[in-house]
Each structure stands twice: as C-alpha cells, then as structure tokens.
Design a binder for this molecule. Structure first.
Ligand SMILES: Cc1cc2nc3c(=O)[nH]c(=O)nc-3n(C[C@H](O)[C@H](O)[C@H](O)COP(=O)(O)OP(=O)(O)OC[C@H]3O[C@@H](n4cnc5c(N)ncnc54)[C@H](O)[C@@H]3O)c2cc1C
Length: 387
C-alpha cells in the first residue's frame, strides 16, 4: 500500500485531470460515445499524465499515490465521460492484485509496464453462468507438465480486446486460481478468441467482450502468487474488488456531479411563466435533494477510501459507498432529465448519457442486491452477541 499522498500533490493532480477533461474530453465525449468509438487520443493523454500508474509504487515506475488521489482522479474522469474511468479501473485492479498477491518476479515483470500503460490490464472473473455466483465458475485450467491448459468461456471482460494482460479466474484441482495471462491485444491470440463484443445501453466506446479459451497454454509461473496462490484466486480477487467498489462509487459521484451541475445551470437559464425554472419550488426541491445525495455519496466514498488506506477491513464501507452512490447517481441522472424537460431526452445534451451510464454502477463489481448481502454479513460479524 502506498504512503498517504501530500494533499497539495493530490489537489494538483486532480486539478490537472479536471483541466484535461474540460479541454480534451467534454467537447468530444458525446460524439465518440454515440459512435461507440474508442477514444484513442484521450487514452494517449491519460498515459502521458501517468494515470495508468497512479497507484503503482514509484519503485515500479508508477506515481505511487494513495487511494484518495485515485478516487479524485476517477471522479473527474467520470464527470467528463464515465467510460474513461472504466478504461482505468480493471487495469488498476490488476496492478493491485499483482502488488498485493503476486510474487516478486511477477511484480518486477508486470508493474513497470502496467505503470506506463504500455500493457493494459483486464480482470476476468465472470462467466455466462457465473456472475454474482462466483463459486459457479466452470473455466478450467489443467496442469500439463510445466504448463496449464485453459479451457472455458469468460463473459463481460471490460478492456478484454485491448488488454495485454488478463487476470483470469479458473478452476484448478486446488480450487479457483488466478492466472496472469500474457496476450497480444486483438481478437485472437494462441488459444484465445474474443468471440463477441457486447452491445451496451451506455458505457460505450470501451469494449466489454466475451472470450473463449480453447486449450490456451500458459506456464505454471503464470499462477498469481506462485504455488502458494493455487486455489486462492477467488480470495485474491474478492479482496481486490473492495477497491473496485470504491472506484465504482467514485465513478457514480462523477456522473452524479455532472448531472447536478448541468441541472443547476439549466434551471437558471430556462424560463417558464416569466421566471427561471429555478424559481419554481418544485425544481428547487429537486436541486436540494440532488445536491444532498451527491454530498452524502462523496463522503461515504471518501470514508471507505480513507479506511482502506489505513489498512482496515473495508467490506462494509466499500459496499455502502458503492450501494448508496450508485443508487444516488441513477436518481440524480433521472432528476437531471426531468429538470431539462424535452431537451433532457434528446441526444443534443449529455444528460441522456448520464441517464444511460448511471445504471452500470448498480450492476458492476457486484450488483446492489449482492452489496446489501455483503454489508449485512459484515455488520453481523461486527455485532456478535454473547449467548
Ligand atoms: C458493462 C459491464 C462490464 C462488466 N465488466 C466486467 C469485467 O471487466 N470483469 C468481470 O469479471 N465481470 C464484469 N462484469 C460482470 C458483472 O460483475 C456481473 O454482470 C455482475 O456481477 C452480475 O452478474 P450477472 O450479470 O451474472 O447477474 P446474475 O448473477 O445472474 O444476477 C441477476 C439478478 O439476480 C440478483 N441475484 C443474484 N444472486 C442473488 C442473491 N444471492 N440474492 C439476491 N439477489 C441475487 C442480482 O442482483 C441480479 O439482480 C461486467 C458487467 C457489465 C454489465
């Protein structure tokens, strides 16, 4: 875990990302999103800013910044275009997995190249018949001499086609094991085929794909954590998902902020019955509720990040932040559309994009139904009774 970042350094990077989003992202985001076009030029600048290595330790070539800085960056990116935060998220989770659970060789091999963004990371846990129920995975890795042979279908792999490294969960004799799959970006590599690019309501411009492994061979050294990591993959990945959930909460805050800011601006510009609509009490009540939910979502997200940075268990707090912020973002995006009236329903303003992007945060990194179960389990653990 990185040491706490100097608040001035944190504020400076977040301000830099905000300026970059205003200059390079806001003018083109809707057009790229409607065309479902990958934002190559924007990603190149993100690399230049060092964002792919934001949480990777400086000894491995990253910026070595803390989780609070990371969520600040994510909020700024998501306020411009939520998909950009998704381009970073699985990458950062893979880097965290290697930093926390990898061997020294795996850290030395992968972290420097992930830090520069030369290699991009994808995280592949879900399958067509195993999403919430991660214990139902069927993808199999059979030992064959010094290699493993991987066979199975993985679903919902965000960044899967452009990734050069996939952290993949597969079943071995010991249980579920995480493999670091070194692959060429593209639709085919060895025994791996990107079999489908899944069309989506929002979160466009970034690929989410189905991948088929048909006897793909990897060296035994690809097991995350080495021999000690056999059978521990689910544990490693579920621990990494705590940061993933805080990331999702920060993305929701970003989308909610953009929706709120668009609404409070529009409410003062748009006139009906001789006054700006901001003077109608019905609109004021919406603005007050939106801002309150946004602030509460941001505070829960920061609290979870601070707790995690302090090395404390954060399953409950990350779950609460993700649950509250994602539901708030969906409600705020809906209210933004209402405040914009007919214009909110058009493709001429980004409000419709916020409305389409917000629900992903309800589903991704564990649905909000599952989030409630995680929170309840954690609460019951923290409040035992003596009998
Ligand atoms: C755009 C997108 C990108 C994604 N990217 C990735 C990625 O990069 N890597 C990856 O591994 N996965 C990824 N996912 C997968 C995501 O994590 C799963 O979609 C999610 O965990 C839900 O799984 P499922 O879709 O199989 O739904 P299911 O598990 O089939 O759930 C269906 C419904 O049943 C509910 N439900 C299920 N079990 C219970 C229960 N025990 N109690 C109460 N309700 C329950 C769920 O909440 C949901 O409402 C992505 C998904 C999307 C949509």
């Amino acid at each position: 875990m990185n040491p706490p970042t100097d608040p001035e350094v944190r504020a400076e990077l977040i301000a830099t990302v905000r300026r970059f989003v205003e200059r390079d992202v806001n003018p083109v985001a809707s057009e790229l999103e409607h065309a479902d076009e990958y934002p190559a030029a924007i990603v190149a600048t993100m690399r230049h800013l060092g964002l792919f290595g934001v949480t990777i330790a400086d000894e491995h070539g990253g910026l070595g910044l803390d989780l609070l800085t990371y969520i600040g960056v994510i909020e700024e990116l998501a306020a411009g275009w939520m998909s950009l935060s998704g381009i970073l998220n699985t990458h950062v989770m893979v880097a965290n997995l290697i930093a926390d659970s990898g061997t020294d060789e795996q850290r030395a091999r992968w972290l420097p190249t992930l830090a520069t963004g030369d290699v991009r990371g994808a995280l592949s846990l879900s399958e067509p018949d195993a999403g919430s129920d991660t214990g139902a995975l069927t993808c199999r890795a059979e030992r064959d001499g010094d290699e493993y042979v991987i066979t199975g279908t993985k679903m919902w792999v965000t960044n899967g086609a452009r990734a050069g490294l996939v952290a993949l969960a597969a079943r071995t004799d010991e249980g579920i094991t995480c493999f670091l799959i070194d692959k060429e970006p593209g639709d085919r590599y060895g025994g791996i085929t990107v079999s489908r690019n899944i069309g989506k309501l929002g979160y466009r411009g970034i690929e989410t794909v189905e991948m088929v492994y048909d006897g793909h061979r990897v060296p035994a050294a690809a097991v995350l954590g080495g021999t000690a990591g056999l059978g521990r993959g689910r544990h490693f990945i579920l621990a990494a998902l705590e940061v993933g959930r805080i990331n999702i909460a920060a993305r929701a805050v970003g989308v909610a902020r953009a929706a709120f800011e668009a609404s409070i601006r529009y409410a003062q510009q748009r006139h009906t019955f001789g006054v700006p609509i901001a003077e109608h009490q019905a609109i004021q009540l919406k603005l007050a509720d939106m801002a309150t939910k946004l602030e509460a979502a941001r505070l829960l997200t920061r609290h979870a990040a601070e707790r995690r940075s302090a090395g404390e268990r954060t399953d409950v707090e990350a779950g609460m932040a993700k649950l509250f912020a994602s539901e708030a973002a969906f409600e705020i995006a809906t209210d933004a559309m209402r405040i914009h009236g007919g214009m909110g329903y058009t493709t001429e303003l980004p409000v419709e994009r916020y409305y389409r992007d917000a629900p992903l945060m309800i589903i991704g990194e564990g649905t909000n139904e599952i989030q409630r179960l995680v929170i309840a389990r954690g609460l019951l653990r923290r409040h035992p009774i003596d009998e």
